[in-house]
Design a protein around this ligand. Structure first.
Ligand SMILES: *Cc1c(COP(=O)(O)O)cnc(C)c1O
Length: 389
């Protein structure tokens, strides 16, 4: 069929441009197993890419909780939260998350992306100001655009620049939003100082702690564990990272949550997550709260990786969480190294623009409590070999 639309031509040109720049991404099918093996069409790889930091996606008691809930209640929620889809397991999960984090209330979403869209566009409107760190997650940037607020970004973790934007915004409704732990760099935002600035200039602080929750802080309460709800009115977390499942939430005082229950469109107009997923998240939360030894195992693995990398002369960033970026710079060089690591049996993704700024392509090593010491040692052996060639 002939088409006069210019769209197919634009799509083809975009594809060619991406391919030429070494930026074409592909979906690969993989099966994952509890011992960090990843079975792909290219063979078996040890997974150093997953955000399942504590191994909870493969945890026996969590899987059993999901299966038992599915047997009892079925596989799907059947409706949106406001139309009969809010199962007692969702209510229990909301209450236990709020209790764990010492917050008044929690609103659940199907994904972190939706939680950010719903929360930010549910609170801000045209004429407001949304101040964000330049390296914030894409969903936060998209959310600001969707809200119609004016988006003002500041250079990564730059307090003075953040303060200038806050000062310019005084007297208007404004929110300052930052990742807690940055997803591509692994560093932690200057949260206490940002909270002080927000209080001084009358702005509302929101933290997306997708990568901090479950991983750091007392009982795994994340990078904001020490901030009161007065310092940090809006805390967003995902259940797809350290929880090992899927879903997300925003935690806040009741009046914020009551408002978002009406105004957060991805909450109102989307089917509630399956009750068995809520059951799995409850089981994961119990482990996160009550088993500090898992976080300790993760920390031991991170320390082991960093010690060995330093010994073989691999340059590391000054970050001590599970995300360990190895800076490469050029996107096609990063891809080449990732391919060689793949040939050696390790899945370490090359992170390229537009996910990270141009010229800052990197290999991102992600560690988990579920890695064995031998797997980490084998990865270092392979890294040493591919770096040297
Ligand atoms: C992964 C991630 C999200 C999105 O969460 P999903 O539940 O995967 O949709 C949001 N923010 C940050 C910082 C993330 O890393």
């Amino acid at each position: 069929m002939q088409s006069n639309s210019p769209l197919p031509g634009r799509v083809a040109a975009a594809r060619l441009e991406r391919a030429n720049a070494g930026l074409l991404r592909r979906v690969k099918t993989a099966r994952r197993f509890a011992d960090r093996r990843l079975q792909t069409a290219q063979g078996e790889l040890i997974d150093f890419a997953s955000n399942d930091y504590l191994g909870l996606s493969q945890e026996h008691t969590v899987v059993e909780a999901m299966v038992a809930a599915a047997r009892e209640y079925g596989s799907g929620a059947g409706a949106a939260h406001l139309l009969g889809g809010h199962h007692p397991l969702h209510q229990q999960l909301s209450e236990q998350l709020a209790d764990w984090l010492g917050r008044d209330k929690v609103l659940l979403f199907a994904t972190g992306y939706m939680a950010n869209l719903g929360t930010i566009a549910g609170l801000l409107e045209r004429g407001d100001i949304c101040i964000q760190d330049k390296l914030n997650h894409a969903s936060l940037i998209d959310a600001a655009r969707l809200s119609g607020a004016e988006l003002k970004r500041y250079p990564h973790a730059d307090l003075a620049a953040a303060e200038r934007r806050l000062a310019q915004s005084e007297g208007r409704v404004s929110m300052l939003i930052t990742d807690g732990v940055f997803s591509m760099d692994g560093d932690v935002a200057p949260l206490t100082d940002l909270a002080k600035l927000c209080q001084r200039y009358g702005s509302v602080l929101m933290v997306d702690d997708a990568h901090g929750l479950g991983v750091c802080g007392e009982q795994g309460r994340g990078s904001c564990a020490d901030l009161s709800s007065q310092q940090l009115p809006l805390l967003m977390g995902t259940l797809g990272k350290a929880f090992g499942q899927s879903g997300a939430f925003v935690a806040a005082d009741g009046h914020w949550i009551d408002h978002l229950t009406q105004s957060a469109r991805p909450f109102v107009y989307s089917t509630a997550p399956p009750p068995p997923v809520a059951a799995a998240n409850l089981a994961a939360l119990a482990i996160i709260r009550d088993q500090p030894q898992r976080r300790q195992r993760l920390q031991d693995n991170i320390a082991h990786f960093r010690r060995l990398a330093t010994q073989v002369g691999i340059e590391l960033q000054d970050v001590h969480g599970p995300i360990q970026p190895l800076m490469i710079g050029d996107a096609s060089q990063a891809l080449k190294l990732a391919t060689r690591l793949g040939d050696a049996g390790f899945y370490v993704p090359a992170i390229r623009p537009p996910t990270v700024p141009a010229g800052s392509a990197r290999l991102r090593v992600t560690l988990s409590a579920a890695h064995s010491r031998q797997q980490i040692e084998a990865l270092l052996g392979a890294l040493e070999t591919v770096h040297a060639h």
